[in-house]
Design a protein. Structure first.
Length: 131
């Protein structure tokens, strides 16, 4: 049996929790998931996150909503997955929702947003898209 996809598990948990308007959600993380959370916070898709249990690498993610309790995240999709990797060159970085969303890429410089990848002229593996 193959290892579970921690990235997909984390994204699914965050998406499901925001759909039912939960205040926070606890997820298992690794270094890639932590980098994704940092980007989501920087781009204002989540309020914050904090470590719960260092032994099991658990984080509590605090979700973000507007005044009408609409979630900041309307879609969070895993693009590249263990069975099918999706790579793009610097001039083929996806534009998510006509520029309203972002893609998150794994590049030689680490995990970065599509905006940052365009600025740095980097391509890489498209991890997920969000809007």
């Amino acid at each position: 049996m193959s290892r579970s996809d921690m990235i997909a598990d984390a994204l699914t948990a965050i998406m499901n929790a925001s759909k039912i308007k939960k205040e926070n959600v606890d997820i298992m993380i690794n270094s890639v998931v932590k980098s994704i959370l940092e980007i989501l916070k920087k781009e204002s898709y989540i309020e914050n996150f904090q470590a719960l249990d260092s032994k099991y690498n658990k984080m509590r993610v605090y979700l973000k909503y507007d005044q009408e309790k609409n979630p900041a995240i309307t879609s969070l999709k895993r693009v590249s997955r263990p069975g099918l990797r999706v790579y793009v060159k610097k001039d083929k970085i996806p534009i998510v929702l006509r520029g309203q969303g972002i893609a998150i890429l794994s590049t030689p410089s680490g995990i970065i947003s599509s905006k940052e990848a365009k600025e740095k002229g980097l391509g890489g593996e498209v991890v997920c898209s969000i809007y």
